[in-house]
Design a protein around this ligand. Structure first.
Ligand code: ZN
Length: 273
């Protein structure tokens, strides 16, 4: 599993600091450079010329080996026969969960690097921190760390039925739990109550935390809850919800897989009871 390295190797690396047993995830123009099997690249499978001039960021570990994200300025496809560029979203259903997790971290850090070249306070240029995963403004010394945006995702249940909704965005062809970003000053339970009421006009009583998940689209922490129905009739907010209904265990629509999403896990958790 992906874990942060414990030793004193730098976070922001130069090609000279690479070790023979390091593993790599390659990015070019926001897409992931993949071989057909979604294997991590190694010094043997990578062409070392490919990474000259690239930005290298040590992002964690894979089976005890350091995992390094390589953000390339030039297309590597000619130097790496059989390689292709893929979006992170296209890997959601792939079998290689570890590759997806590593690529998800690397993708979030790429967006952080790209979005913090300059200080939001004084406009000065930022430089890598000497020992932390942070960017520091040269003139005013303000620090910028990668940001995670907390969200709640909630399955509302009423006796033996669950409330599932179809999003009005992205032409969704499946039903899922309700979800929303936490706002300043809220606890996750506050967000659950507010979002459920805003999206479908229902008040919930008891709220129980079940499970969580990092969700790199673009940089969320999804906190999963089950909430008990208290009062109200389903009244979808049309800008967010195309349809919402109560579903029983035997009339389930198309729902997300429990293998890839916390929404699927919440649904499975309820069905198991
Ligand atoms: Zn500054």
């Amino acid at each position: 599993m992906l874990a942060k390295g414990q030793d004193s190797r730098p976070i922001f690396m130069t090609p000279q600091q690479i070790r023979l047993d390091d593993k790599f995830i390659l990015f070019f123009e926001g897409q992931i450079v993949c071989d057909g099997l979604l294997s991590l690249w190694t010094i043997e499978t990578i062409n070392p010329e490919v990474i000259i001039g690239a930005q290298l960021l040590r992002i964690g570990q894979d089976n005890g080996k350091d995992l390094i994200a390589v953000y390339l300025d030039n297309s590597p496809l000619e130097s790496l026969p059989g390689a292709e560029l893929r979006s992170l979203r296209s890997m959601l259903l792939s079998e290689s969960r570890e590759f997806f997790m590593g690529a998800g971290v690397a993708k979030q850090l790429e967006e952080w690097l790209r979005g913090h070249k300059y200080c939001g306070s004084c406009g000065g240029s930022t430089v890598p921190h000497s020992s932390e995963r942070a960017l520091v403004c040269s003139p005013c010394e303000r620090h910028y760390y990668p940001r995670i945006n907390p969200c709640v995702i909630v399955l509302v249940i009423r006796e033996d039925k669950m409330l599932l909704a179809k999003s009005s965005r992205h032409n969704a062809d499946f039903y899922s739990c309700l979800a929303g970003f936490m706002e300043v000053g809220e606890s996750p339970e506050d967000t659950v109550r507010r979002e459920v009421f805003e999206e479908v006009g229902i008040k919930v009583g008891r709220v129980d935390y079940i499970s969580s998940q990092s969700w790199p689209f673009p940089s969320q922490l999804m906190l999963g809850f089950i909430a008990q129905y208290e009062s109200g009739d389903i009244t979808p907010e049309p800008s967010e919800i195309a349809d919402a209904k109560w579903f029983g265990p035997y009339d389930l629509p198309n729902v997300p897989s429990a293998r890839i999403s916390v929404a699927g896990k919440l649904i499975a958790h309820f069905l198991e009871r």
